[in-house]
Ligand binder design. Sequence first.
Ligand code: FES
Length: 580
Amino acid sequence: MTEITSAKPVSFLRAVSLRQVRLACGLVLFAYLVSHFLNHALGNISLKAMAIGVHWHMEFWQFGPVAFTFYGAATIHIGLGIWALYERRQFHRKAIEPLQLILGLSIPALIVAHIVGMRLSHVLFEQERGYEQAFYTYWVSIPIKMWLIYLTILISWVHGCIGLYFWLRLKGFFQAAAPWLLALAVLIPTLALLGLYQGGRTVVRDSASPEWQKQNLSIGEMGTPPQQEALENITNALLAFYLALLVLALAGRAIRFVAERRAGMIRLSYSDSRTIRVPVGLSILEASLRFSVPHASVCGGRARCSTCRIRVIGDTSTLPAPSPREAFVLGRIGVGTDPAIRLACQLRPTADLSFFQLLTPHAMSANAHASRPQRIGQERYLVSMFVDMRGSTILAEHRLPFDTVFIVNRFLAAVSQAVSDCGGQTNQFIGDGALVLFGLACDPPTASRQALRAAAMIGANIEELNKALQHDLPDPLRFGIGIHGGEVIIGDIGYRDHMVFTALGDSVNVAARLQDLTKSLACEAIVSQDVCTMAGLHPRDVPSAQQVAIRGRLEPMAVHAMTDARMLAALVAQAEKVAG
Ligand code: FES
């Protein structure tokens, strides 16, 4: 194994934040909502169709493991919502996050009576209530409840859609999928509301008949008066308990506010000499938002993007230690060992602090108004390739500057030609090297094969170039290539007129480091095993994998070193042949 830094196992839990847990639970609840709303929509056909639908709906959601997951997700999601009410100190002024939180917190209060009436009545008293009984209760007995149900449907749907939007907006497919998702977001609740309206109308009409009442409002379905009273008491107790939790969270906020003021104020100094005074306990990103200081935060403070990162100036010994999640993100971008680099959304300083923002505030904000919205930060899978010309310094020492530029340009032209022939995009020229991206318009397996084929073609093009320049060069041109793939953020980066489209992320950094490694491993190209697997290369055909430690990563990585990049062409051809 090539040893560059020490490697430690990464704990899975470090990579998970509370918001991700809340999202996972929210997705379970959203799936339940879709199922339930589609069930309501069957009311547009008939009450019988609704009864059949609810039977299968209950069969699925009351199946042991599914029920356990569902009730667990509901409890955790509600608990984390209350925690967010306490914990979140500052909301983005223009964002819909506060609205989402308020809507989310109102849902348990709105549905507690429905859950007790429909589910707990069955568990405690074996009452068999279905759509008929619910419609009778909400549409006939106490008609105001009908509007409460409509309101609950709309609130829970809007809350879920906002959560989904915050999750999906950074995904690569979102732009293309957005119109379809919007259509579904409108269609599903509309059909559900219409279904309830039709079903309710049918029950209002039929319930006038004593025959219908005898069939549908028996004691076995609606319970005895004492049972109904017991259910009402349970509803009131649960409601009171939930409201008490909300009051507790708000009281906690008030106590914290006073305690923080007592603990004192601290001074935060930005690199542009701006200084603000904030109470102890606020994160730096929250402080920036509170005082309207522009601060990049693509993921909205969720510790997912690292764009809010800052470099602390001066003493770092007073800083609180990074949380596991912050340490994980910093480790992923290769700065985990530098105590001065921190995530502004996670760092809550306890003493005066000076710092500068590492990413320009206007460049990456997903909330910013951009003239080209499609180039706002998006998360997607790309294969990154770094290509670097070897020995250009020595070349420059022995030649006129114009001559050196001419040769470097020929080298970069040979690289770019190969890249565009294979479907990639030369994204940036960095001195005598280049960052190349694959996968902007194709799926990951195709992008991986394109990258490998491009590496082989670069090898062939440079060989041609060496032949053409053989009388001019003391030694042939040599190069190093690093290739790795993974989720990155793509978008415009820069300031005002100097914006460039590029990719940021761990896999880009790793590709650069693999390219560096080609020097010590004396080879032309190093390809991560992930990319080889994604491209469909058979392990038998590829040079055996070796574990290398990558600076800034805690875990070693399996890679394949190619002494001759051109051999990749045959490997890709073989993989494509096998795939048919
Ligand atoms: S805002 Fe994304 S990590 Fe801090």
